[in-house]
Write a protein that binds this ligand. Structure first.
Ligand code: UD1
Ligand code: CA
Length: 452
């Protein structure tokens, strides 16, 4: 099988510098959804017809399994398919998809391709409001005879509610000859792919139609309004799949996956959470409201409180993170770790049962198990030029408002007094302090207000 994806159109109505087919839907370019669906069918050739925004489209999407056909200028859908002809292989079926119809399902395409055995198969749908689309014209016997574009149609044809979605499949061996016979003698002076339907009828080839299970599978994106509508459709679909697998959601309408979200049993997701890249939530994880997670794995039973922000990080099981915690790239937390409000962690490993509950910055550090990091602790990891590491061994206690000037090590079981500025290693099982001595002056009085 060959698959051709038409993606040369301009998309004027997007009012954007980004080519239409590269606009993101659920975190992925519109046309990438189509490419990924096409790959599910394992085609011999997967050819993209590109034109508008050509360089950007090609460099963004380039992959070894894609063939590229430049269409310049764009003279219509038939002309677009013509550009792909040199790439087509074998005498099987060719399937034509649109780069701006992102939510088409593999199952629907399989049915269409099946219908195209020694026939031309068109994916059609009946719409309450068919305006703008090409209409499927059938004869008295109910057989498809041709497709007429809205701009070329008469009043009677405009009443037809069955429309051409644009997605078609046909025997590859016939395609070249049909396309060679196209003319642009029509209202838009374009070479219409749809005219091959009439030709197939003349050649005595049966025309079959298939329909998508859901109307939204064949909706195209021409404007930012339609883009936002399809975004909600895509998110709703993802939410339903997850709920079917046992995820509980406070509100599937306030939920966004921009990548892949994998969940274990009994996961709970509160409102307004965003999941980007690949995120894995193990069994019974609870995600509070307004959390943002990107490329992260959260261990079983861990609770993320509201407004937690996690990127490129691993969180162990039974943890308590947030509210207002920020785990930055390279964070790896063991089991039962507690990270509280306004704590920022970067490129740091923290062992089991350790806690940093309030207001801290921990960067470039290795922290052992059962360590308590007091409020206001800062690892001074950066001297303005280079970054250095802080090591805190098991069972250490870091007093509040401590600065650890890296590179520095706090030994096993050590205690740092509050307010310590640690510039040399702290020995194990010892109290280390760095404070000016506390004095109380007798006879001191508060200054008096100066009278003018
Ligand atoms: C086309 C169909 C119409 C169908 C409708 C469904 C034709 C003549 N008409 O109409 O029957 O109901 O789609 O949405 O086929 N493209 C190119 N090169 C071109 C022109 C278009 O690559 O020269 C691509 C576009 O990027 C887009 C697709 O083909 O992905 C459809 O183009 P569009 O202009 O939207 O087609 P319509 O006129 O709406
Ligand atoms: Ca269109």
């Amino acid at each position: 099988m060959n698959i051709i994806i038409l993606a040369a159109g301009q998309g004027k109505r997007m009012h954007s510098n980004l080519p239409k087919v590269l606009q993101p839907l659920a975190g992925k370019a519109l046309v990438s959804h189509v490419i990924d669906t096409a790959r599910q069918l394992s085609p011999q050739t997967l050819c993209l017809v590109y034109g508008h925004g050509g360089d950007a489209v090609r460099t963004t999407l380039d992959a070894p399994d894609l063939a590229w056909a430049l269409q310049e200028p764009q003279l219509g859908t038939g002309h677009a398919v013509q550009q792909a002809l040199p790439h087509l292989k074998g005498d099987g079926t060719t399937l034509i998809l649109y780069g701006d119809v992102p939510l088409i399902k593999t199952e629907t395409l399989k049915r269409l391709v099946h219908a195209a055995q020694d026939a031309l198969a068109v994916l059609t749908v009946e719409l309450v409001d068919p305006s703008g689309y090409g209409r499927i014209v059938r004869n008295a016997a109910g057989r498809v005879v041709r497709i007429v574009e809205q701009k070329d149609s008469n009043a009677e044809e405009r009443c037809i509610r069955e429309i051409n979605t644009g997605i078609m499949a046909m025997p590859t061996s016939r395609l070249g000859e049909w396309l060679g016979r196209l003319s642009n003698d029509n209202a838009q002076q374009e070479y219409y792919l749809t005219d091959i339907v009439g030709m197939a009828v003349e050649d005595g080839l049966p025309i079959r139609t298939a329909n998508p299970e859901n109307e939204w599978e064949v909706l195209g994106v021409n404007s930012k309004v339609q883009l936002a509508e399809l975004e909600r459709v895509a998110q709703r679909w993802t939410a339903e799949r997850l709920m079917e697998q046992g995820v509980r959601m406070a509100d599937p309408a306030r939920f966004d996956v921009r990548g892949e979200l994998v969940c274990g049993r009994d996961v709970f997701i509160d409102v307004n959470c965003v999941f980007e890249g690949k995120v894995v939530l193990d069994e019974a994880v609870e995600v509070g409201p307004n959390c943002v997670l990107k490329n992260a794995r959260i261990g079983a039973g861990t609770r993320l409180a509201a407004f937690t922000h996690i990127e490129d990080a691993l969180v162990g099981p039974d943890g308590m993170i947030g509210p207002f915690a920020r785990l930055r790239p390279g964070t790896e937390l063991g089991a039962d770790v507690h990270i509280g409000n306004f704590v920022e962690i970067k490129k740091t490993k923290i062992g089991a049962h350790s806690k940093a509950n309030h207001l801290a910055y921990i960067g470039d550090a290795i922290i052992g198990s059962r360590v308590n990091v007091g409020a206001g602790t800062i690892t001074c990891n950066y001297d303005g030029t280079n970054k250095f590491q802080t090591i805190i061994e098991d069972d250490a206690f870091i007093g509040s408002d401590t600065q650890l000037v890296a590179p520095v090590t706090v030994g096993r079981g050590a205690t740092l007094g509050a307010g310590t500025t640690l510039t040399r290693d702290a020995p194990p099982d010892t109290l280390t302090l760095s404070r000016a001595q506390q004095i109380s002056k007798t006879g001191w009085t508060r200054p008096e207000k100066i009278r003018k």
